[in-house]
Design a protein around this ligand. Structure first.
Ligand SMILES: *Cc1c(COP(=O)(O)O)cnc(C)c1O
Length: 428
């Protein structure tokens, strides 16, 4: 029994799928203590959009540490925070015509979600918040109440209340606009649904199985929430920071959320940092009303500021969009050859392939790991193989990872599925 099995809680999770002891990492690659290299198509669930230990960000951090830049200030003003706010406003918000106030909650994603929900309740005076089927917003009680996964919900140990779940885009099939249902509930005082304070939505449900909301659906959700004075929160914790090919995942739909939550790749370096962007009129917090010890950690501000250099031109965005098309083509070809009926979904550099056989994604992920590729599954039954490579990996690295996926499919399935029923008949 190793140290972890002996002493670390049974709650440990990802290490069971990827049982290596990792020791160093650079760019798209991680190295374990046995010297084996693994190509990373998981990236800490979207924490490492710019790869592992990117040099320009590392240099900024090292410089700050070497000059004894201040590490901790609670939420007192720091030079590091000032520079981050100014640069984020300049590089990200202003060019997009966005105006938000910045709230730095505790450093993880779920902290940002809690703050957002709490503020929406305070501002509207309403209690209920609405999430979507298969949503994932974090593990603390408020965020869990708008998370779909029954296993995770049950872990709460108390009733998860003051929330409702309505169907996400596509949940009832391609022909049903699920917002017809939500809008009908809101308009009918006999529906049994309390008027919500907030709706919280992921434009691409990442943990939930790479479910992609269409731009039209998001636009309609924005109209409906505005009409009813409901605060629209976009949780961009996993698919923000460039994952879908633009800095914010909602840009393509042209909507402006009332509140945006960011964390995961915000610091650009794997340091914990979370941000709640608030439409200025909604910033009705009283001083200190929502606080915490680690709100805005200075070294994370330094790396987050350095990471903004990736957004000074559109080079990264265009590269993500291009690589996304490469992934889509390869996955569609693989699905056709190896697993007809599989669904390929995604945007930018988040892609999922959902196989008809629900156990296949897990088996392929395991076969990939044996071949030096770290890739996770998603969805309620882990039925979706989820590709989340770093945005900065080279085209050769991307192609290599895709080759490993195809090799793994071949290894797991034995032989390609017949292309046509006639071909199957001939083969038989
Ligand atoms: C990861 C994630 C969270 C929770 O972030 P933690 O840092 O794990 O608390 C919330 N929302 C989304 C969309 C996420 O992917």
């Amino acid at each position: 029994m190793n140290t972890f099995e002996r002493l670390e809680s049974e709650v440990r999770g990802y290490c069971r799928s990827f049982p290596a002891v990792f020791s160093s990492a650079k760019g798209a690659w991680m190295t374990d203590t046995e010297g084996r290299r693994h190509l990373d198509f998981f990236c800490g669930a979207g924490v490492l959009n710019y790869g592992h230990n990117p040099d320009p960000i590392k240099q900024a951090l090292l410089g700050y540490l070497m000059r004894d830049g201040i590490t901790h200030t609670l939420d007192m003003y720091s030079e590091a925070k000032q520079r981050f706010i100014e640069r984020f406003d300049q590089v990200i918000l202003q060019p997009r015509g966005l105006r938000y106030k910045f709230q730095f909650p505790g450093p993880t994603g779920t902290n940002a979600v809690e703050a957002a929900l709490k503020l929406a309740r305070k501002v509207t005076g309403r209690e209920q918040v609405v999430g979507f089927t298969n949503a994932f917003h974090g593990m603390t009680l408020g965020a869990l109440a708008v998370t779909g996964n029954g296993f995770k919900r049950a872990g709460a140990g108390v009733p998860l209340g003051h929330s409702a779940s309505v169907p996400f885009d596509g949940y009832l099939g391609a022909d049903t606009d699920t917002l017809d249902y939500f809008e009908a509930l809101l308009k009918d005082s006999g529906s049994g649904m309390d008027m919500p304070a907030a709706v919280i939505v992921e434009t691409v449900q990442a943990e939930g199985g790479v479910n992609v909301a269409s731009a039209e659906w998001l636009q309609r959700l924005r109209r409906i929430t505005a009409e009813h004075g409901i605060v629209l929160i976009v949780d961009d914790i996993q698919v923000g920071c460039g994952r879908t090919g633009r800095f914010f995942s909602f840009e393509e739909a042209g909507i402006v959320p009332d509140i945006v939550t960011l964390s995961k790749s915000l610091s650009g370096y794997g340091l914990p940092l979370a941000l709640v962007l608030i439409r200025p009129e909604l910033d009705q917090w009283a001083p200190g009303e929502h606080n915490g010890t680690f709100r805005g950690h200075c070294p994370a501000f330094v790396t987050a500021t350095a990471a903004l250099q990736f957004w000074e031109t559109d080079a990264l965005a265009r590269s993500v969009q291009h690589k996304g098309r490469v992934v889509e083509q390869r996955l569609r070809a693989m699905a056709q050859r190896w697993a007809p009926g599989a669904q390929v979904r995604g945007r930018g550099l988040i892609w999922g392939i959902e196989f008809a056989d629900g156990t296949l994604a897990g088996r392929v992920s395991q076969a990939c790991f044996e071949r030096g590729l770290v890739i996770e599954t998603a969805g309620i039954d882990d039925q979706v193989l989820k590709l989340l490579p770093s945005l900065t990996l080279t085209e050769a690295e991307l192609a290599h990872g895709l080759d490993v996926i195809e090799d793994s499919l071949r290894a797991v399935l034995g032989q390609p599925a017949p292309q046509h029923p006639e071909a199957a008949a001939v083969a038989a």
